[in-house]
Design a protein around this ligand. Structure first.
Ligand code: HEM
Length: 455
């Protein structure tokens, strides 16, 4: 087990100078955002696709959950614009048209200006009120494999549980994997490809991706191929496994829309993976190119509640001078751990609970315990700092925003979207040659396929 072993686990919060309670109280200033309010995506219908009447009926019939309320701000705004437009055509005609348009809007058919997403197709998944509002891109659906591979999500969950028993590091490994897959060329499983022509994994930013996470994906894929061959994509496995890796170590349980395709190839350009020294603005700008906003940035950074980092990722905060924002005791611990530049030791990104998905990452800001410069930089912006403080004092607020932002991140597309294949093996496209050698133990695969593990 690699996660923050040794002395890190023996240190206690009391070892750091204690901050007053006031530092943990939720901010009350009007500028401070509440979870999701800061997210542009929270505005219903934005970034959405057209939902047909058929989708609506299908959803109502198939969904175990009650049909979502259609509350579409954009739609209503458009009716108002329509009214203003039509007023120029005479009062009676305008009023009749507006009544018709409002009725259509209530029916979920926003025809006036081309239509918006109300919600995505749903094949039997019970969604929370929050999940029902998440914009879902064209081609993805809740319960996508309900008919073609009904046990898909259970199998992935089961594989994560089995791996977790052996190595808690699989959890941070998987969570980082989805980030590194989605930020390069979209969420298309490109990071898994190990082709003769190369792999994204050779990039320095990807070198510390845990092998156990890659093994988990290969293992889950092998198990799924036995049950429903050629159906579940590796890109979807990454998304499901990342979600499980959060849930199974204490984080929120949530649904993810599925239906991604696997890419045929990988990208040589991994410059979209931000360095640990990235400023707040650089991170925000990069996220914006992925349709992710400030609230997404703050919540997704909370993934650093899990796992560890090597000295190279934070040595800039120790030398030539110690970053004054680092807690003095913590800085001393880090300097001892990494006595020279280039040292290879590792320590938890969240010093106190690196194997648990919780809000301690945010609490660490108040005690000078944010490890990476990119983490620390969240205090450079008033809104971001407001969210950091909110999440430090309210774990549910963090969990809600995290699941929202995770689902958003999991929908980053490469162009053109919805092209690709269902790979038979995750490390190689169906027409290509692999350079990979798997380190999965056949025993683990056979446990699930011969029924020794219930799914
Ligand atoms: C600006 C954004 C980010 C930066 C600069 C960043 C940077 C880093 C760095 C430098 C490490 C340590 C790597 C090493 O030393 O081996 C790391 C680890 C990690 N990152 Fe991030 N990260 C960012 C965003 C994210 C996001 C969005 C997620 C997931 C949602 C994520 C999940 C993780 C996890 C779970 C680990 C621990 C991995 C392990 O222990 O195997 N990071 N990150």
């Amino acid at each position: 087990m690699r996660v923050a072993g040794g002395p890190a686990n023996r240190r206690r919060a009391e070892d750091f100078p204690v901050q007053s309670r006031a530092d943990h109280t939720p901010p009350t200033s009007p500028e401070t955002l509440t979870p999701l309010e800061g997210s542009k995506a929270f505005k219903l219908c934005s970034g959405a696709r057209t939902v047909t009447a058929r989708d609506r009926v299908e959803t109502r019939i198939r969904s175990a959950a009650p049909a979502p309320d259609v509350e579409c701000d954009t739609c209503k705004l458009r009716q108002l614009l329509l009214l203003l437009l039509l007023l120029r055509m005479g009062r009676v005609a305008a009023l009749v048209s507006v009544f018709v348009a409002l009725a259509l809007c209530e029916a979920g058919l926003s025809v006036a200006f081309g239509g918006d997403l109300q919600y995505a197709p749903n094949y039997g998944v019970e969604l929370s009120a929050l999940e029902r509002q998440v914009p879902v891109r064209d081609g993805l659906a809740w319960g996508y494999y309900a008919k073609s591979c009904p046990k898909a999500e259970d199998i992935v969950a089961q594989r994560v549980a089995v791996f977790l028993k052996k190595d808690v590091g699989v959890s941070p490994g998987l969570l980082r994997l989805i980030f590194h897959d989605c930020f390069v060329q979209g969420c298309d499983g490109s990071i898994l490809l190990r082709l003769e022509s190369g792999t994204e994994l050779d990039d320095p930013a990807n070198r510390s991706i845990r092998q156990v996470a890659l093994d988990l994906v290969d293992d889950a894929k092998a198990a799924l191929e036995k049950v429903c061959p050629g159906v579940v994509t590796c890109a979807d496995i990454v998304v499901m496994a990342g979600r499980e890796s959060v849930k199974q170590v204490g984080g929120p349980a949530f649904n993810v829309p599925l239906g991604r395709r696997d890419s045929f190839t990988f990208s040589n350009d991994t410059s979209d993976l931000p360095p640990p020294t990235a400023t707040f603005q650089a991170q925000l700008d990069l996220y914006a190119t992925k349709n992710l906003d400030l609230a997404d940035l703050v919540a997704l950074s909370g993934a650093h509640t899990l796992g560890d980092a090597g000295c190279g990722a934070f040595q800039n905060r120790l030398r030539p001078t110690v970053d004054p924002k680092l807690n003095k005791v913590y800085a001393k611990y880090l300097t001892n751990l990494c006595p020279t530049n280039g040292a290879t030791a590792r320590t938890g990104l969240d010093f106190f609970s690196p194997t648990k998905f919780d809000n301690v990452y945010y609490k660490n800001f108040a005690t000078g315990g944010a490890l990476l410069t990119s983490d620390q930089e969240l205090d450079q912006n008033k809104q971001a700092l407001g969210l950091v403080r909110l999440y430090a004092s309210n774990q549910s607020a963090f969990f809600n925003q995290f699941l929202w932002s995770y689902i958003k991140m999991s929908q980053i597309v490469s162009s053109p979207p919805n092209t690709g294949e269902v790979r038979r093996k995750c490390s190689v496209n169906n027409g290509g040659k692999s350079s990979a050698s798997s380190s999965i133990e056949p025993e683990i695969i056979s446990m699930v396929t011969d029924g020794r593990v219930d799914i």
